[in-house]
Design a protein around this ligand. Structure first.
Ligand code: URA
Length: 439
């Protein structure tokens, strides 16, 4: 007879857990037989002591089998998804899914909501009136088959263990553990029914993993889990010191996606999107190599085929396309305030974490899961590092309905700007590509 007390003690003392013990814990906690206090204690022991490769595989498998694994075998083609560890202004999924689907690669995408200072794809999509992210699995499959891409939220049936464990980790300071993150992310991705996966591991101030080596280790271990489950997995480590693109905030980001799909995208956003999309097209066997995949992605974006596919996705998920054709008619935030340069010089950095936190304050994110978000709230960034600015030149504009928080948001945004007298060397956007866990 297994005992939770013994399992906690073993992990506390740095011993390896058996497959039977890990499955006992995950099943017991999902079914409500293991209380929160014991699970929290075990998670902390796992956080401190870690999990070895085999424990990590079993933990992921136990999470995966806590719910339904979507069977997409009746949909032709190699199904490929992308997962980003989250950032500020990261609206890549919304541009990439239509590009990859237009290339003939099915994209089953289960996305998340905003978390802390980072935005969430579901919140952004829901700023389009009527857009449904809460589809049932049969509805999800039907749209994936018909349109080639479908973007939904986690359902009750998919990895219920993660829903409970993530909520507990969130309040017990056990989020930033590489094996626990791997189990959480990979179980959900594998449950979607994918054949292959591209990971965008963010590093820098606005990322969840701020240190480069930690980000790289996370990438390696995520790929390792992918390999163990026979899912071809590739990863990029990308820069999240500054927000990606120019908009931060839900509708503002959808508007930036429309501009990008119409051929007027910000350079950094386009580069990351095409690289990830091209890699997915290659993994989906619709290109001869990654470079060829990127060329195909660029052409799909240029030709307008990605925009057409995006409209198809929105319609299939009950979204109203009116504001997509007339974005200027979208309701406006009540207040609009400019953030001006306090000095002349070069912009060295616009700190992604500080911008993300200011966006939350303006109403674009949540501090508690039950908070309502304001789709109109956010920030438009007009100038980024390493551009030159004159004193009093407008660097950002903030949008909110909440007048009281404007002085605090302004202060935080001023504080996010770092100046330099000399022209800074532009930072790389994509640091590294990994396609095996042995790299
Ligand atoms: N995102 C997830 O889905 N899970 C984690 O553990 C961390 C980030």
């Amino acid at each position: 007879m297994l005992s939770m007390y013994e399992i906690i003690r073993k992990k506390r003392d740095g011993l390896r857990l058996t497959e039977e013990e890990i499955r006992f814990v995950i099943k017991g906690y999902t079914k409500g037989r293991v209380p929160d206090y014991q699970m929290a204690s075990l998670l902390m022991a796992m956080f401190i002591r870690g999990l070895d490769e085999n424990e990590s595989r079993v933990y992921t498998d136990a999470m995966l089998n806590s719910g339904q694994i979507i069977d997409l075998s009746d949909i032709p083609g190699i199904k490929v998804d992308k997962h980003s560890t989250g950032g500020v202004g990261d609206k890549v999924s919304i541009i990439l899914a239509p590009i990859v689907a237009a290339a003939g690669v099915p994209v089953p995408m289960i996305s998340g909501r905003g978390l802390g200072h980072t935005g969430g794809t579901l919140d952004k999509l829901e700023s389009i009136p009527g857009f449904r992210v809460n589809l049932t699995i049969p509805e999800f499959k039907e749209r994936l088959q018909k349109v080639g891409a479908c973007l939904i939220g986690q359902t009750e049936e998919i990895v219920p263990a993660d829903k409970k464990i993530y909520a507990l980790r969130d309040v017990t300071a056990t989020i930033e553990s590489i094996p626990l993150i791997c189990g959480s992310i990979m179980s959900k991705k594998i449950a979607e029914g994918i054949d292959a996966l591209v990971l965008d591991i963010k590093t820098g101030s606005g990322a969840f993993m701020k240190e480069y080596e930690q980000s790289k280790e996370l990438a390696r271990q995520l790929i390792g889990i992918g390999e163990q489950f026979n899912k071809r997995t590739m990863a990029y480590i990308t820069n999240m010191n500054q927000p990606l693109g120019n908009a931060v905030g839900n509708w503002l980001e959808i508007k930036e996606c429309l501009d990008t799909l119409n051929g007027n995208g910000a350079e950094d956003l386009v580069e990351v999107t095409l690289t990830l999309a091209g890699t997915m097209i290659f993994l989906g066997e619709k290109a001869d190599g990654i470079e060829d995949g990127i060329d195909k992605a660029r052409e799909i974006l240029r030709s307008g085929a990605a925009m057409d596919k995006f409209l198809e996705i929105v319609v299939a998920q009950n979204g109203d396309t009116h504001f997509l054709f007339h974005p200027d008619q979208y309701p406006k935030a009540r207040y609009e305030t400019e953030v001006k340069a306090s000095t002349a010089g070069y912009l060295k950095q616009i700190d992604a974490l500080k911008v993300g936190l200011a966006a939350v304050l303006l109403g674009a994110g949540r501090t508690r899961s039950e908070d309502e978000i304001d789709p109109k709230a956010g920030i438009i960034i007009h100038k980024k590092a390493p551009q030159k600015v004159e004193k009093d030149e407008v660097i950002m504009t903030l949008y909110t309905d909440n007048k009281q928080i404007i002085p605090e948001a302004l202060k935080r945004l001023q504080d996010a700007i770092d100046y330099s007298e000399t022209q800074p060397i532009p930072e790389s956007l994509i640091f590294e590509f990994l396609d095996t866990s042995k790299a």
